[in-house]
Design a binder for this molecule. Structure first.
Ligand code: AMP
Ligand code: GLY
Length: 422
């Protein structure tokens, strides 16, 4: 197939890598891609979605896969579909499940899907009043997209009120904060679950765990994610069943009733509290770095899954997963997540060790290529992925690979998957 992938991260690289490893021949294009996706296909530079759709039509692209949330929230899927193109991802309206936390929370409430108790408001008095009714910590969220920074876990009522005031005044997040959610703090452990949906049916992928904090022991600032592993032993069949029955099924049915059937990846951020799964949030795309560890666990065709999901035919296929575990360790630039870093040359040692060769690989994210030399030029630079018959084996292998990657100022956590190994 001729396939176009939107995005420039490790997520998109890992999707492309999985498709490139299929038996069938594919030709890949990226908008815009990164310094490493150019080795798997052709990087484009067509920013306008209408122009991109015209290009896709002229070039007979058979499937477009959208990686990040921004183009989805901007309606790229609607534009492509209006041109009769096949594209994987939710419509602009369905993307509201991520684009507006107010939409999401109200949707969850309407369809009785478990979530934290909350108030949604643009009134500072109402927000304060609800905050006063909760015991600390208190969670305050900006309505719109804030690049993962719009959630404040306030340790006391004063902190919560400051966060509320700064959001509602437009000070902290501009228009994205003009409505806020104030909600109860859920105390439990967090999971990421991913359902590939075609509007009606879905395929649930193995549950993953992300590591959001920069430093070991979950210390330091929040990041986009410093590592992930799957499947996690923190989920058993009973929990999967609860997530299916209480969260995914009512969400797909509810979105149909709303006239916005959900196609694409439904990423469910779950807090497990006393064994019960509670919805923290939805995203409408794969997590990054979760995607990098889920793609290599799929043994059936990834491109066919996306194609069938985009054409309402998921019920025709059986998606299969390896029995192995995958662990992904992010290597980030020196100043991540605070500011940009000076581009640094990346040197990857030649791999001789059979185990490292056969059971690890690198998914490239924030990299550029100049004269055949790879530079770290983004926040999260790459992910070293290890596969193994146990989480420990997969993790040891991922870290063996990390030891072979060098660039100035590299940062990484040394404890990815610790919750599974305790
Ligand atoms: P969100 O973008 O809504 O997933 O929030 C980002 C992070 O904040 C989540 O991954 C959780 O770690 C945390 N969080 C969000 N809402 C809550 C909540 N109600 N209780 C506890 N932690 C939360
Ligand atoms: N790793 C979490 C995210 O992609 O939002």
């Amino acid at each position: 197939m001729k396939i176009l992938i939107l995005g420039n991260g490790g997520r998109e690289f890992s999707i492309a890598r999985a498709i490139s490893n299929e038996d069938a021949e594919h030709e890949l294009f990226f908008q815009p891609g990164n310094g490493a996706t150019g080795t798997l296909g052709t990087n484009l530079n067509i920013k306008d979605y209408n122009d991109l759709a015209s290009w896709a039509k002229e070039n007979k692209i058979e499937l477009t896969i959208v990686g990040p949330e921004a183009p989805l929230v901007d309606g790229v899927v609607d534009i492509f579909k209006a041109e009769g193109l096949v594209i994987f991802g939710p419509s602009k309206e369905a993307a509201q499940l991520e684009g507006s936390k107010v939409y999401m929370k109200n949707f969850l409430a309407k369809y009785a899907i478990p979530t934290a108790r909350y108030i949604e408001t643009d009134s500072i008095e109402d927000a304060f009043k609800f905050a006063d009714s909760l015991t600390a910590p208190i969670v305050v969220k900006a309505d719109g997209l804030c690049g993962g920074k719009g959630v404040i876990i306030a340790q006391n009522h004063d902190e919560a009120k400051i966060a509320i005031s700064e959001m509602l005044s437009g000070k902290s997040f501009g228009d994205a904060g003009l409505k806020v959610i104030v909600e109860e703090f859920l105390d439990g452990y967090e999971l990421s679950m991913f359902a590939v949906c075609d509007g009606e049916d879905y395929i649930l992928l193995p549950a993953a765990q992300d590591h959001k904090r920069l430093h070991d022991n979950d210390e330091g600032p929040n990041t986009g994610g410093m590592g992930a592993y799957a499947p996690t032993p923190l989920v058993d069949e009973a929990l999967y069943q609860k997530v299916r029955e209480r969260i995914i099924r009512p969400t797909l049915d509810g979105m149909q009733k709303e006239g916005a059937p959900f196609e694409g990846v439904l990423f469910i951020g779950i807090m497990v509290v006393n064994g019960e799964p509670i919805t923290l949030e939805f995203n409408v795309r794969f997590g990054d770095p979760e995607c990098e560890i889920l793609m290599p666990l799929m043994t059936s065709s990834v491109s066919d899954m996306f194609l069938k999901a985009s054409t309402n035919r998921l019920n025709e296929i059986k998606v299969e997963f390896s029995k192995q575990f995958a662990v992904g360790v992010v290597m980030a630039s020196k100043n991540y997540p605070y500011s940009n870093s000076t581009p640094a040359e990346i040197i990857v040692d030649e791999v001789h060790h059979e185990e490292v060769k056969n059971f690890t690989h690198i998914s490239y994210a924030g990299v550029s290529m100049e004269d055949g030399v790879l530079y770290a030029d983004g926040g999260r630079v790459l992910v070293c992925v290890g596969l193994g018959d146990s989480i420990k084996e997969a993790r040891d292998r991922a870290y063996m690979r990390c030891g072979q990657v060098h660039f100035a100022g590299k940062q990484l956590r040394t404890d990815i998957a610790y919750q599974a190994l305790q």
